[in-house]
Design a protein around this ligand. Structure first.
Ligand SMILES: Nc1ncnc2c1ncn2[C@@H]1O[C@H](COP(=O)(O)OP(=O)(O)OP(=O)(O)O)[C@@H](O)[C@H]1O
Length: 253
């Protein structure tokens, strides 16, 4: 579903992703872990086309993301192609990024109406369906400021789902929350992982959670995957020294 081939990303002279090879299968749930600054968020931002790449190729759902084929040649993607590709994916950010002046329902219906050209009625039905899924049906007419951080993040998840993506990206979705609000957001994500046919790529420091929901853990350091495998294997008996050191500091902190 997602395939990075020799992808390099630089910011100025600094190489952030260094010929990265990485794949996520359809419906697979993968968590990326790694030290601060190792390039985890950059991977998600590149997939959302919020950042471009310097070299390599990325395929999403069988099509090149940052390129397209024209006259049997690979050329840089047009804005039209990028727009099409964006429909495959939705991302939930660390900061919920809700529109403060819009009600919860309108936050959710904006993209279905304006990007996906659904009618108001269809978009409202979608909003109701996903507000129910995240357990916030009774809050549809409130404004974000009237909700707790955990509730706001659940609205952000409903909003991301309402464009009916095949791929959901989560970038540290609980790290801006007070500890007592983390659980409610994680349980929504867990339910999604268990009950919905979605490909999920998650960046989180919630190791216990990653262990529960992931099919595979990727440990990334200095822009490359150092080790990957099933959660039990990576967390219980990491093979690489760098993974061992990272997990150790994590447990101690
Ligand atoms: N727009 C940008 N311009 C310049 N440097 C950037 C930009 N975005 C990210 N970086 C740098 O790229 C590196 C990787 O950033 P990234 O956010 O992907 O790391 P991360 O692994 O997600 O870290 P964290 O766990 O702290 O969120 C960092 O050194 C960061 O400072």
């Amino acid at each position: 579903m997602i395939k990075f081939e020799n992808v390099t990303k630089k910011f100025g002279d600094v190489t952030i992703l260094d010929k990265l090879n990485f794949e996520v299968a359809k419906n697979e749930k993968v968590t990326i872990i790694g030290p601060s600054g190792s390039g985890k968020s950059t991977i998600l931002r590149i997939l959302m086309t919020l950042e471009s790449i310097d070299d390599g190729i990325i395929h999403v759902a069988g099509k090149p993301l940052w390129h397209e084929y024209k006259n049997a040649q690979t050329v840089p993607a047009s804005e039209d192609h990028l727009r099409q590709m964006r429909k495959e994916m939705s991302m939930v950010f660390q900061q919920f990024n809700l529109f403060p002046h819009m009600t919860v329902r309108r936050n959710i219906t904006e993209a279905p109406i304006h990007v996906h050209k659904l009618s108001q009625k269809e978009a409202n039905e979608l909003a109701d369906e996903y507000l129910d899924l995240v357990g916030l049906s009774e809050h549809a007419d409130k404004f974000p400021s009237q909700l707790s951080g955990g509730q706001q993040q659940r609205v952000a998840i409903a909003r991301a789902l309402a464009t009916r993506p095949n791929i959901m990206l989560f970038d540290e979705p609980t790290s801006a929350l007070d500890p007592e609000l983390v659980g409610e957001v994680l349980s929504v994500i867990q339910r999604l992982a268990e009950k919905h046919d979605l490909t999920m790529l998650l960046v989180t420091h919630e190791m216990q959670f990653a262990r529960q929901i992931s099919d595979r853990i990727c440990f990334i350091d200095k822009g490359n995957i150092v080790e990957e495998g099933p959660p039990e294997e990576v967390f219980t008996s990491p093979k690489e020294e760098r993974t061992q050191a990272f997990l150790k500091t994590f447990i101690q902190s």
